[in-house]
Design a protein around this ligand. Sequence first.
Ligand SMILES: [Zn+2]
Length: 133
Amino acid sequence: MNSGFPNRNAIATRKILDEVAIALEKHGANTKTVHAIKTRWSVNRISEAAEKLNVPLVLLGFLRSWGNTLADEEVLEGLHDWNQKAIPDHDITCPNCKNHLVLNSPMDTIFMARRTCPHCGEHLVIDDAPRAA
Ligand SMILES: [Zn+2]
């Protein structure tokens, strides 16, 4: 069986999975998803989940290159830097399911953004500064 993983027990892989979990959690991944990422999902499955969470392409690029075109060290460094970057978090509440969401945007204010709520799957359009409901 080839999960696309070099070796899940390798220290580098564990560190990468931790960074992946942090990054995806920031983009709204729930606890169950985060656990699955750390314990049993393949790189492909993780990339699919990241795509559904509408993570930025740069982040998706690191995931897709993992075990492929990038060395573990490069992926780890990239993900770590990504997680450390001072990207402002935008706290919003899903108008449909009332779950709390954190959106990352390089802008101070999200004027227009489209997201899919990871909790209820509803499409959200944020067309003004995010407000708490
Ligand atoms: Zn929702």
